[in-house]
Write a protein that binds this ligand. Structure first.
Ligand SMILES: *Cc1c(COP(=O)(O)O)cnc(C)c1O
Ligand SMILES: [Zn+2]
Length: 420
């Protein structure tokens, strides 16, 4: 990988070569999350906005979806990529959402449409390529549900066995995905944080390739492709503010990374403000942001929310997540479970996009930020809708009335609708 210059610790700044360490900075153990460093001059010789424009985004195979940006991804140029089409998800203009909020420009990025219906496809696609580059025979991950669904699906597409650890409370649709894709599913009688710690030990013990979010430095790099697409879809004019739902903080860290890449290449000319949205019952990053704590000063907390995908008591990508908000003039905000649930039908009815609770949280965060006067009306705002509503229909059904049941007669309809 001539374009990757090293892996830099987010705590001490020490930089390692990609052959020296597989995951974290040895000086800081499992907390020593590293950041992939690039040679942007070299990358500029391999890709440009003009060369990208020649590749149809929905092209199949190695050129389509996120792989259009392959020279910006930490993989060997000739590494095979999974056949499933990951990325180039739609960015929809949402004028009715904007009008509700008194804003002029709102877009929603719909990552519910990927092969396994969440943003996690982007990271798991990278994981599968890196596992194969490493010659791994088995890949594993801890997950609240979506990361494992994505890993199970992407692994199935290349025939790589996957073992996944999820809390037994994960929504049934996500567990179904894992099982149907043929992953070895192990339900943990504990939290996501417990499953995460367990997976670190298991991967060591058995020598499996570990996809764990943040611990595996390449997950950020898969997730950054979401913002490459947003900027390309907006004609390389970066938005002013992006709302991102946050659990571990890998997505918001990835969005920040992608934007830093684009600035380094000179493809965009300003850094959007990144707004991390957490569920009130799982908001350690909101707390750390407000108290001015560094990621490495944070302690685990008990976490719970209807938005299962963003429940994390010790966000694993806390260093990158806090930097994303702080270095861009953004913020972290918390939204209540009821606000999250309320957002599901509002987004669906005003854009046609059906989101799972974690994804709807991003919109709930925008509503709150507007109410607090944080967003000016002329700002160009993007809301990241990170997962499909079909992932958790039980939560969605709490937000809408039960439909009537009638006899199959016209009279029954007349009685119901009140017109003869
Ligand atoms: C994982 C996930 C998130 C949060 O991503 P983090 O990297 O954990 O912050 C948000 N929405 C959905 C649907 C997810 O699956
Ligand atoms: Zn370090």
């Amino acid at each position: 990988m001539q374009h990757v210059t090293g892996l830099k610790c987010t705590i001490c700044g020490k930089t390692y070569s990609v052959d020296e360490i597989a995951y974290v900075c040895p000086k800081h153990g499992d907390a020593g999350i590293v950041d992939v460093q690039y040679d942007y001059d070299f990358i500029k010789s391999r890709i440009s906005r003009e060369s990208l424009a020649q590749i149809p985004p929905l092209a199949g195979g190695a050129r389509g979806g996120i792989w259009r940006y392959k020279p910006l991804l930490p993989v060997e140029p000739d590494s095979p990529v999974p056949p499933l089409r990951v990325g180039w998800t739609p960015l929809y203009n949402a004028p009715r959402l904007a009008a509700r909020l008194g804003l002029q420009h709102v877009w929603v990025k719909d990552d519910g449409v990927g092969p396994t219906a969440s943003f996690k496809d982007r990271a798991s696609a990278l994981a599968v390529v890196k596992a194969q580059e490493a010659g791994a025979e088995i890949i594993t991950t801890a997950s609240t549900g979506n990361a494992a669904a994505a890993l199970a699906g992407l692994s199935a597409s290349v025939g790589l066995p996957a073992v996944i650890f999820v809390p037994k409370s994960a929504p049934p649709a996500k567990i179904t995905q894992h099982l149907i894709y043929g992953a070895r599913e192990i339900l943990v009688d504990g939290t996501y944080d417990d499953a995460f710690e367990l997976t670190l030990k298991v991967a060591q013990e058995y020598g499996w390739y570990n996809r764990n979010t943040a611990y595996n430095p390449y997950m950020t790099e898969g997730k950054k492709t979401g913002v490459y697409e947003i900027c390309e879809q907006l004609g390389w004019e970066a938005p002013d503010r992006i709302f991102v739902p946050v659990g571990d903080g890998c997505i918001i860290g990835g969005i920040h990374k992608g934007l830093k890449d684009l600035l380094a290449l000179g493809w965009i000319d300003r850094m959007p403000k990144l707004m991390g949205v957490q569920a009130a019952g799982s908001a350690p990053l909101v707390d750390a942001f407000e108290r001015g704590l560094q990621g490495w000063e944070m302690q685990p907390v008990a976490a719970h929310s209807v938005a299962d995908s963003i429940v994390a008591g010790l966000p694993r990508d806390r260093n990158k997540a806090l930097a994303a908000a702080r270095e861009t003039g953004g913020a972290f905000i918390a939204v209540a479970d009821q606000e999250i649930l309320n957002a599901i039908p509002v987004v669906a009815q005003n854009t046609g996009v059906f989101s799972e609770p974690a994804a709807a949280a991003a919109y709930a965060g925008l509503v709150k930020a507007v109410a607090e006067g944080l967003v000016a009306s002329e700002e160009r705002v993007v809301v990241m809708l990170t997962g499909s509503g079909l992932k958790d229909i039980a939560s969605a059904m709490k937000t809408v009335p039960e439909p009537p049941i009638i006899a199959p007669t016209l009279d029954a309809v007349r009685e119901l609708l009140g017109r003869a």
